[in-house]
Design a protein around this ligand. Structure first.
Ligand code: ZN
Length: 281
Protein backbone atom coordinates (compact mmCIF):
# COMPACT_ATOMS: atom_id res chain seq x y z
CA UNK A 1 0.00 0.00 0.00
CA UNK A 2 1.62 3.23 -1.16
CA UNK A 3 0.85 6.26 1.03
CA UNK A 4 -1.43 8.85 -0.62
CA UNK A 5 1.05 11.67 0.03
CA UNK A 6 3.71 9.74 -1.83
CA UNK A 7 1.44 9.34 -4.86
CA UNK A 8 0.60 13.05 -4.80
CA UNK A 9 4.30 13.84 -4.73
CA UNK A 10 4.93 11.55 -7.72
CA UNK A 11 2.18 13.35 -9.67
CA UNK A 12 3.52 16.74 -8.62
CA UNK A 13 7.04 15.93 -9.77
CA UNK A 14 6.04 14.48 -13.14
CA UNK A 15 4.55 17.18 -15.33
CA UNK A 16 1.98 15.52 -17.58
CA UNK A 17 2.97 17.58 -20.63
CA UNK A 18 6.61 16.45 -20.31
CA UNK A 19 5.80 12.81 -19.65
CA UNK A 20 3.24 12.37 -22.44
CA UNK A 21 5.48 14.43 -24.72
CA UNK A 22 8.03 11.64 -24.49
CA UNK A 23 5.57 9.26 -26.18
CA UNK A 24 3.23 11.42 -28.25
CA UNK A 25 4.01 14.34 -30.51
CA UNK A 26 1.96 17.16 -29.04
CA UNK A 27 0.96 20.53 -30.54
CA UNK A 28 -0.04 23.42 -28.37
CA UNK A 29 -3.50 24.93 -28.94
CA UNK A 30 -4.00 27.73 -26.44
CA UNK A 31 -4.10 26.24 -22.94
CA UNK A 32 -4.20 22.64 -24.15
CA UNK A 33 -2.06 20.33 -26.28
CA UNK A 34 -3.22 17.74 -28.77
CA UNK A 35 -1.83 14.85 -30.76
CA UNK A 36 -2.63 11.51 -32.32
CA UNK A 37 -4.07 9.17 -29.68
CA UNK A 38 -1.66 6.37 -28.71
CA UNK A 39 -4.58 4.19 -27.62
CA UNK A 40 -6.53 3.97 -30.86
CA UNK A 41 -5.84 4.35 -34.59
CA UNK A 42 -6.61 7.80 -35.97
CA UNK A 43 -5.49 10.23 -38.67
CA UNK A 44 -6.65 13.49 -37.10
CA UNK A 45 -5.70 14.34 -33.50
CA UNK A 46 -8.43 13.84 -30.88
CA UNK A 47 -6.13 13.22 -27.94
CA UNK A 48 -5.92 16.29 -25.67
CA UNK A 49 -3.63 17.07 -22.73
CA UNK A 50 -4.75 19.63 -20.13
CA UNK A 51 -1.73 21.04 -18.24
CA UNK A 52 -4.04 23.09 -15.98
CA UNK A 53 -5.60 19.98 -14.48
CA UNK A 54 -2.64 17.66 -15.24
CA UNK A 55 -4.95 15.30 -17.10
CA UNK A 56 -5.59 13.88 -20.58
CA UNK A 57 -8.69 12.91 -22.53
CA UNK A 58 -9.27 11.29 -25.92
CA UNK A 59 -12.42 12.41 -27.75
CA UNK A 60 -12.09 9.39 -30.03
CA UNK A 61 -11.82 6.42 -27.64
CA UNK A 62 -12.55 7.98 -24.26
CA UNK A 63 -9.16 7.18 -22.69
CA UNK A 64 -8.65 9.58 -19.79
CA UNK A 65 -6.78 10.14 -16.54
CA UNK A 66 -3.72 11.62 -14.92
CA UNK A 67 -0.03 11.05 -15.55
CA UNK A 68 -0.03 7.75 -13.64
CA UNK A 69 -3.01 6.46 -15.67
CA UNK A 70 -1.23 7.40 -18.87
CA UNK A 71 1.99 5.56 -18.03
CA UNK A 72 0.00 2.58 -16.80
CA UNK A 73 -2.10 2.34 -19.97
CA UNK A 74 0.71 3.13 -22.39
CA UNK A 75 3.18 0.63 -20.92
CA UNK A 76 0.56 -1.90 -19.86
CA UNK A 77 1.78 -1.83 -16.23
CA UNK A 78 0.09 -2.27 -12.87
CA UNK A 79 -0.72 0.82 -10.81
CA UNK A 80 2.14 0.33 -8.31
CA UNK A 81 4.62 -0.32 -11.11
CA UNK A 82 3.53 2.87 -12.85
CA UNK A 83 3.99 4.87 -9.67
CA UNK A 84 7.45 3.38 -9.21
CA UNK A 85 8.44 4.14 -12.79
CA UNK A 86 7.43 7.78 -12.42
CA UNK A 87 9.09 8.01 -9.00
CA UNK A 88 12.33 6.77 -10.55
CA UNK A 89 11.94 9.30 -13.36
CA UNK A 90 11.71 12.07 -10.76
CA UNK A 91 14.62 10.66 -8.75
CA UNK A 92 12.47 9.88 -5.72
CA UNK A 93 13.32 7.02 -3.31
CA UNK A 94 10.98 4.08 -3.71
CA UNK A 95 7.99 4.01 -1.35
CA UNK A 96 9.13 0.84 0.46
CA UNK A 97 12.36 2.56 1.41
CA UNK A 98 10.41 5.48 2.80
CA UNK A 99 8.32 3.06 4.81
CA UNK A 100 11.29 1.15 6.12
CA UNK A 101 12.97 4.33 7.25
CA UNK A 102 9.95 5.56 9.17
CA UNK A 103 9.50 2.15 10.81
CA UNK A 104 13.16 2.08 11.82
CA UNK A 105 12.83 5.58 13.25
CA UNK A 106 9.76 4.52 15.19
CA UNK A 107 11.69 1.61 16.67
CA UNK A 108 14.49 3.95 17.77
CA UNK A 109 11.99 6.18 19.54
CA UNK A 110 10.61 3.06 21.28
CA UNK A 111 14.13 2.12 22.39
CA UNK A 112 14.57 5.60 23.86
CA UNK A 113 11.20 5.41 25.60
CA UNK A 114 12.12 2.05 27.18
CA UNK A 115 15.60 3.30 28.08
CA UNK A 116 14.06 6.31 29.83
CA UNK A 117 11.91 3.98 31.90
CA UNK A 118 14.97 1.89 32.74
CA UNK A 119 16.88 4.99 33.90
CA UNK A 120 13.89 6.14 35.94
CA UNK A 121 13.49 2.71 37.59
CA UNK A 122 17.19 2.69 38.42
CA UNK A 123 16.96 6.12 39.98
CA UNK A 124 14.42 4.64 42.39
CA UNK A 125 16.35 1.41 43.09
CA UNK A 126 17.36 0.56 46.66
CA UNK A 127 21.09 0.91 46.13
CA UNK A 128 23.60 3.36 47.59
CA UNK A 129 24.48 4.72 44.14
CA UNK A 130 20.80 5.30 43.30
CA UNK A 131 20.44 7.17 46.59
CA UNK A 132 23.38 9.32 45.50
CA UNK A 133 21.67 10.06 42.19
CA UNK A 134 18.38 10.99 43.93
CA UNK A 135 20.35 13.25 46.22
CA UNK A 136 21.87 14.92 43.18
CA UNK A 137 18.50 15.74 41.63
CA UNK A 138 16.87 16.81 44.87
CA UNK A 139 19.61 18.60 46.74
CA UNK A 140 22.00 19.85 44.09
CA UNK A 141 19.33 20.60 41.51
CA UNK A 142 16.51 21.40 43.89
CA UNK A 143 13.91 19.25 42.11
CA UNK A 144 10.88 17.66 43.72
CA UNK A 145 9.84 14.01 43.24
CA UNK A 146 7.00 15.28 41.07
CA UNK A 147 9.38 17.23 38.83
CA UNK A 148 11.75 14.24 38.56
CA UNK A 149 8.87 12.06 37.50
CA UNK A 150 7.32 14.63 35.20
CA UNK A 151 10.51 15.13 33.22
CA UNK A 152 11.57 11.52 33.28
CA UNK A 153 14.91 12.16 34.97
CA UNK A 154 16.89 9.05 35.75
CA UNK A 155 20.08 7.29 36.62
CA UNK A 156 22.30 4.98 34.56
CA UNK A 157 23.84 2.45 36.95
CA UNK A 158 27.54 1.72 37.02
CA UNK A 159 27.54 -1.39 34.85
CA UNK A 160 27.51 -2.02 31.13
CA UNK A 161 24.93 -4.69 30.42
CA UNK A 162 21.78 -3.87 32.41
CA UNK A 163 20.26 -1.66 29.76
CA UNK A 164 21.24 -4.05 26.95
CA UNK A 165 19.48 -6.95 28.69
CA UNK A 166 16.48 -4.80 29.60
CA UNK A 167 15.98 -3.80 25.96
CA UNK A 168 16.63 -7.27 24.57
CA UNK A 169 13.99 -8.71 26.89
CA UNK A 170 11.58 -6.29 25.25
CA UNK A 171 12.30 -7.70 21.83
CA UNK A 172 14.81 -5.25 20.40
CA UNK A 173 17.49 -6.70 18.13
CA UNK A 174 21.23 -6.18 18.43
CA UNK A 175 21.46 -4.05 15.30
CA UNK A 176 18.63 -1.80 16.48
CA UNK A 177 20.41 -1.29 19.80
CA UNK A 178 23.66 -0.41 18.05
CA UNK A 179 21.84 2.26 16.05
CA UNK A 180 20.31 3.81 19.16
CA UNK A 181 23.37 5.80 20.22
CA UNK A 182 23.00 4.37 23.75
CA UNK A 183 24.80 1.13 23.12
CA UNK A 184 28.03 0.11 21.45
CA UNK A 185 29.70 -3.12 20.46
CA UNK A 186 33.06 -3.95 22.01
CA UNK A 187 35.99 -5.37 20.03
CA UNK A 188 35.08 -8.76 21.45
CA UNK A 189 31.60 -8.35 19.99
CA UNK A 190 29.65 -7.69 23.20
CA UNK A 191 27.05 -4.94 23.41
CA UNK A 192 27.47 -2.51 26.28
CA UNK A 193 25.93 0.73 27.48
CA UNK A 194 27.99 3.86 27.04
CA UNK A 195 26.27 5.67 29.92
CA UNK A 196 27.44 4.48 33.33
CA UNK A 197 27.05 6.02 36.74
CA UNK A 198 25.41 9.08 35.29
CA UNK A 199 22.32 11.08 36.00
CA UNK A 200 20.21 11.05 32.86
CA UNK A 201 17.95 13.60 31.21
CA UNK A 202 15.73 12.58 28.32
CA UNK A 203 15.58 15.19 25.56
CA UNK A 204 11.97 15.43 24.51
CA UNK A 205 10.63 16.96 21.31
CA UNK A 206 7.43 18.96 20.99
CA UNK A 207 5.38 15.81 20.36
CA UNK A 208 6.61 14.20 23.56
CA UNK A 209 8.98 11.73 21.87
CA UNK A 210 12.37 11.15 23.48
CA UNK A 211 14.89 11.91 20.74
CA UNK A 212 18.13 11.71 22.74
CA UNK A 213 19.58 11.67 26.26
CA UNK A 214 21.91 13.88 28.19
CA UNK A 215 24.07 12.18 30.80
CA UNK A 216 26.28 13.67 33.48
CA UNK A 217 28.94 11.75 35.33
CA UNK A 218 27.89 11.41 38.94
CA UNK A 219 31.00 11.75 40.98
CA UNK A 220 30.67 13.18 44.45
CA UNK A 221 34.42 13.49 44.83
CA UNK A 222 34.27 16.54 42.57
CA UNK A 223 32.60 19.76 43.60
CA UNK A 224 29.37 20.49 41.79
CA UNK A 225 28.90 23.67 39.89
CA UNK A 226 25.83 25.72 40.54
CA UNK A 227 25.59 27.02 36.98
CA UNK A 228 25.08 25.04 33.81
CA UNK A 229 27.10 21.85 34.07
CA UNK A 230 29.89 21.40 31.57
CA UNK A 231 30.22 17.66 31.76
CA UNK A 232 26.96 16.71 30.10
CA UNK A 233 27.28 14.44 27.15
CA UNK A 234 24.55 13.24 24.84
CA UNK A 235 23.71 10.15 22.94
CA UNK A 236 25.60 10.21 19.69
CA UNK A 237 23.47 11.21 16.74
CA UNK A 238 22.21 8.52 14.45
CA UNK A 239 21.12 8.99 10.87
CA UNK A 240 17.49 9.01 12.02
CA UNK A 241 17.47 11.10 15.14
CA UNK A 242 18.26 14.73 15.33
CA UNK A 243 20.78 15.35 18.02
CA UNK A 244 20.02 18.13 20.43
CA UNK A 245 22.54 19.50 22.83
CA UNK A 246 21.26 19.17 26.36
CA UNK A 247 20.51 22.13 28.51
CA UNK A 248 20.83 21.88 32.23
CA UNK A 249 18.16 19.75 33.87
CA UNK A 250 16.68 22.94 35.24
CA UNK A 251 16.22 24.31 31.73
CA UNK A 252 14.79 20.99 30.65
CA UNK A 253 12.40 21.05 33.57
CA UNK A 254 10.99 24.40 32.56
CA UNK A 255 10.13 23.14 29.10
CA UNK A 256 6.52 22.32 28.46
CA UNK A 257 7.42 19.01 26.83
CA UNK A 258 6.62 15.90 28.75
CA UNK A 259 7.78 12.36 28.24
CA UNK A 260 5.12 10.13 26.73
CA UNK A 261 6.57 7.04 28.39
CA UNK A 262 5.16 8.22 31.71
CA UNK A 263 1.71 7.23 30.54
CA UNK A 264 2.83 3.91 29.10
CA UNK A 265 4.29 0.74 30.52
CA UNK A 266 7.00 0.32 27.89
CA UNK A 267 5.40 -2.87 26.76
CA UNK A 268 7.18 -5.45 24.68
CA UNK A 269 7.00 -4.10 21.14
CA UNK A 270 5.58 -6.16 18.34
CA UNK A 271 8.52 -7.73 16.59
CA UNK A 272 8.47 -8.40 12.91
CA UNK A 273 11.18 -9.04 10.40
CA UNK A 274 10.29 -5.85 8.61
CA UNK A 275 10.93 -3.76 11.70
CA UNK A 276 14.68 -4.33 11.52
CA UNK A 277 16.36 -1.16 10.19
CA UNK A 278 17.09 -1.34 6.51
CA UNK A 279 20.68 -0.20 6.87
CA UNK A 280 21.71 -3.50 8.42
CA UNK A 281 20.13 -5.84 5.93
ZN1 ZN B 1 -8.01 7.54 -28.31
Amino acid sequence: MIPQEYIQEVVRRNDIEEVIGQYVQLRRRGRTLSGLCPFHNEKTPSFVVYPDTQSFYCFGCGAAGDVINFVRKYNNLGYVESVKQLAARAGMPLPEEDDRESRARQRLLEINRCAARYFYENLNAQTPEAALARKYWKEKRGLSDAAIRRFGLGYAPNEGFGLVNYLKRRGFQDDELEHSGLIRRSERGNLYTIFRHRVMVPIIDVRGAIIAFGGRVLDDSKPSTSTAPKRWSTTSPTHFLRSTSPKSPRASATSSARATWMSSQCTRPALTRRSVPAARR
